[in-house]
Ligand binder design. Structure first.
Ligand code: C5P
Length: 311
């Protein structure tokens, strides 16, 4: 008689994201803001290998500097694994080997991608076999961007950004990403936005209680037209991020002078995402920005959400 042995290692992958549109509502009593965002998953991915173990641990490698990352229970991937174990009554642990390619604290949801891939990898490794809805529910508990890292593609996010509905999208968009040598804290950037709104409350319209994604964004995504999308890229967190790190403004300017259709701060920054008309202009832009000594990578989107690569 043969029985199928439980896997010893499961490899899962999840993507980073760019918010091609992000409107932020007023600060709520729970410390969060309602947002309206259009997410696009891009081809910078996190590779998570879950290895059978008795307790919980994580190690990192990858194309970005991972030396500053925490490896204890404060790490979002460890939180994801322990949450799944608690939810399912699983009694052992896991060792997570994470290859990071999404910039850390860069506004591209790298930590969220780690958490999403970890949920999927551990669910397969442990044979706990939760439904997609149950895994998405755990993803929501881990952070506002984790559900999107799980679903991927192109989606509209409302609430904290975790209430997702798929958006129609055609073709592939070409992105050039300028990575910063430092990270930015998401809560700090949101707080800077709140302070700015308080300071200028006499002169600006109050934040919409329930912001919405502009229809032009949906049309551009549906058309798969980078020129149309470039016209409507928008991020409410860009002004506060530039206020905190003013040198990022010259990065945006440099990209736009070198053929980018438009540049935008990704999420809460500091990564600057440039939209290119096609592959050739993306390559030219990459060369120009590298010549200016910026750290640059190219990515395309949309791509799949979290999935198992190998068992
Ligand atoms: O959900 P997540 O843990 O990623 O959020 C990190 C922080 O970002 C929150 O504590 C909050 O300060 C801010 N945030 C927010 N509104 C959102 C999402 C995040 O204010 N919709």
């Amino acid at each position: 008689m043969t029985t199928s042995a439980a896997p010893k290692v499961v490899h899962a992958r999840a993507p980073g994201k760019i918010n091609v549109f992000l409107k932020v509502g007023a600060l709520l009593e729970d410390g969060y803001h309602d947002v309206a965002t259009a997410f696009q998953a891009v081809s910078l991915t996190e590779e998570v290998r879950a290895v059978a173990a008795d307790d919980f641990s994580v190690s990192f490698s990858g194309s970005v500097d991972t030396s500053g990352l925490s490896t204890d229970g404060t790490n979002l991937a460890i939180k994801a694994a322990t949450l799944l174990a608690r939810r399912t009554g699983y009694r052992k642990g896991v060792h997570l080997e994470i290859e990071k390619n999404v910039p850390i604290a860069g506004g591209m949801g790298g930590g969220s991608a780690d958490a999403a891939a970890t949920l999927l990898a551990c669910d397969t490794l442990w044979g706990t076999d939760l439904s997609r809805e149950e895994l998405l529910d755990l993803a929501t508990q881990l952070g506002s961007d984790v559900p999107f890292a799980f679903t991927g593609g192109t989606a509209i996010g409302t609430g904290r950004g975790d209430q997702l509905s798929p958006a129609l999208a055609k073709g592939q968009f070409q992105w050039v990403l300028a990575l910063a040598g430092f990270g930015m804290s998401t809560p700090d950037v949101y707080s800077e936005l709140d302070r700015h709104r308080d300071r200028h409350s006499q002169d600006i319209f109050p934040a919409q209680p329930q912001p919405q994604v502009d229809t032009g964004v949906l049309q551009a995504l549906r058309a798969g037209d980078p020129h149309m999308l470039a016209e409507v890229l928008h991020n409410d967190l860009q002004a506060p991020a530039l206020h905190l790190e003013p040198q990022l403004a010259s990065v945006i300017e440099l990209g736009e002078e070198n053929g980018a259709l438009a540049g935008i701060i990704s999420g809460s920054g500091p990564t600057v995402a440039f939209l290119a008309a096609d592959l050739d202009s993306a390559l030219e832009l990459q060369i120009a920005l590298s010549a200016a000594r910026l750290t640059v990578v190219r990515a395309t989107g949309p791509v799949h959400g979290a999935r198992i690569v190998n068992v």
